[in-house]
Design a protein around this ligand. Structure first.
Ligand code: CUA
Length: 353
């Protein structure tokens, strides 16, 4: 029994040259991975405190991953170059026993890192779920295929765009209609996603910290109109938000055309419909300047036709337009708002003749 093979593998003690090579490979691998993580700008610029914290966790984990990748890649590349089989070398490898120190190290270090990630994530999760005592409440309703937002602390005003004051925490209570499907609320700049479920209220806290307009996206496949189930989140300075609230409340109280116009704009009707008195030029739905003709086509009095089209949009669908595109959420509008909207659509038509 030969104790050692005659030819082939020779024990190679790790020398300074090898360490330098390993370091070099690690630097190259780490550099490439860092460039890939940083240069394309994968993440949107955060616009809320919660998003800032989530970004921190993301980068905390990414830095750890890049470091581990660099070490593993360096060892693999080094081994491939240094220990590959030479031509005509048919010998067995050197019999080796493991390295206790190394094994302790590669068990202990990952354990510490994973615990660190868990602790940081738990802290961020707890902080992100805490709105504090001065939070604004907004009720979010999702339905095929539209968003609506109501402000119960501000006289129940409703809006088709999400208006928020900057630097104040907001409790969003989200819900899909009982007869509807699952949707999911997502503003990329706020980082968080939250599902809306029929028959259940979900909750998310957002503290916007940058004034601006950001897209609100439905991020759960919910039917034909999923891709158009979008609106805007507008983060405003506190005074601007307060005066918007005051103006909406006043318009609601005042009644008449002003109230109707306020309901029309705040519920996003303009994004789908053309309506000259409101300066609306949407093209997704029927042209509301032609309501009298449509009413005639449907064989109904104008006001009845308008009301029915709002609360039960599928009862009569204008020729050339598909069913189920107009949301039926508007049936939930408070009666005063609904009356004002119908009156506005009917009166403006009469007035414009
Ligand atoms: Cu709602 Cu997708």
């Amino acid at each position: 029994m030969a104790a050692q093979p005659e030819v082939g593998v020779v024990s190679r003690p790790v020398r300074r040259g090898s360490i330098v090579q390993l370091l070099l490979f690690a630097l190259v691998a780490g550099g490439v991975a860092t460039a890939l993580a940083v240069v394309p700008g994968w993440l949107p610029h955060p616009a809320s405190r919660e998003a800032g914290r989530i970004d921190f966790v993301f980068w905390f984990v990414t830095v750890i991953c890049v470091a581990i990748f660099a070490i593993v890649a360096a060892v693999i590349v080094y081994s491939l170059l240094k220990f590959r089989v030479r031509p005509d070398d048919d010998s067995d490898g050197e019999p080796i026993h493991g390295h206790t120190g190394l094994e302790i190290a590669w068990t202990a270090v990952p354990t510490v890192l994973v615990i660190a990630i868990a602790v940081v994530s738990a802290i961020v999760l707890a902080k992100n779920g805490h709105a504090g005592s001065n939070a604004l409440r907004v009720d979010v309703t999702g339905q095929q295929f539209a968003w609506s937002f109501s402000y119960p602390d501000d006289g129940g005003i409703t809006s088709g765009v999400l208006r928020l004051p900057v630097n104040r925490s907001v409790n969003l209570y989200l819900r899909s209609r009982d007869t509807d499907v699952i949707h999911s609320f997502w503003v990329p700049e706020f980082s968080q996603k939250q599902d809306l479920l029929p028959g259940m209220t979900t909750h998310v806290v957002i503290t916007p910290d940058r004034v601006g307009s950001y897209p609100v996206v439905c991020t759960e496949l919910c039917g034909l109109g999923h891709s158009v189930m979008r609106t805007t989140a507008i983060v405003m300075p506190p005074q601007a938000f307060a005066s918007w609230v005051t103006q909406q409340r006043k318009a609601l109280k005042a009644g008449g055309a002003n109230a109707g116009k306020a309901v029309f704009t705040s519920n996003g009707c303009a994004s789908c419909h053309t309506f000259a008195p409101a300066g609306a030029t949407g093209k997704t739905g029927p042209d509301l300047d032609k309501l009298p003709a449509e009413a005639k086509g449907a064989g109904k009095p104008l006001a009845d036709f308008v009301r029915e089209s709002i609360v039960d949009p599928n009862a009569y669908v204008a020729p050339g337009y598909p069913k189920n595109v107009m949301p039926s959420t508007f049936a939930q509008l408070p009666k005063s708002q609904l009356d004002a909207l119908v009156q506005y659509l009917v009166q403006s038509k009469k007035g414009s003749k």
